[in-house]
Design a binder for this molecule. Structure first.
Ligand code: FEO
Length: 169
């Protein structure tokens, strides 16, 4: 079944939003690299790549259904992270925005009776829950670490062990 016009536009916007998320994470990665935290920088870089995969999932769904996705304007990330906590707070704020966009898509698909979109959207609902929980947990730990340098270095080493985190920038 072809996507209706309203859903097609919303899917298109989601492709753009996922690519925007990728750029936000890439900027956060740079900020952490500058603060000599290569593990955390790598974690954000891996997340940036994951957001591209998310965009690709929406693109594939659209092209499978005879739509032609067209990437919209993406503004400069505009994130400045003076601290690790700032970086993860910015990440959580962006994930909350993406989660709401996914819920909007889900409601729209239900209104349009678009059953074909639901498996993909269900996957994204779960993914967003997981992403918000992961970032929330990291923020909790960053709070506990406070100004403890060795604690921060341990977190850096741990987050740097994420698959893909050690890839060259
Ligand atoms: Fe694709 Fe982290 O939202």
């Amino acid at each position: 079944m072809k996507l209706t016009g309203a859903l097609e536009k919303a899917f298109n916007d989601q492709v753009t939003l996922e690519l925007e998320a990728s750029i936000v994470y890439r900027q956060l990665s740079i900020e952490m690299e500058v603060q000599d935290l290569p593990g955390i920088a790598g974690w954000f870089r891996a997340q940036s790549q994951e957001e591209i995969v998310h965009a690709e999932k929406f693109i594939a769904h659209m092209t499978d259904r005879d739509s032609s996705p067209s990437i919209g304007a993406i503004k400069a990330p505009g994130v400045k992270a003076g601290s690790v906590r700032d970086a993860f707070e910015a990440s959580l704020a962006h994930e909350v925005k993406v989660s709401e966009a996914i819920r909007h898509l889900y409601r729209l698909a239900q209104e349009e009776g678009d059953i074909d979109a639901l498996p993909l959207l269900n996957w994204f609902v779960s993914e967003q829950l997981e992403e918000e929980a992961t970032v929330g947990e990291i923020i909790g730990r960053v709070r506990l670490i406070g100004n403890d340098g060795p604690g921060l270095l341990r977190l850096d080493a741990e987050l740097g062990s994420r698959p893909g985190a050690d890839a060259e920038a």
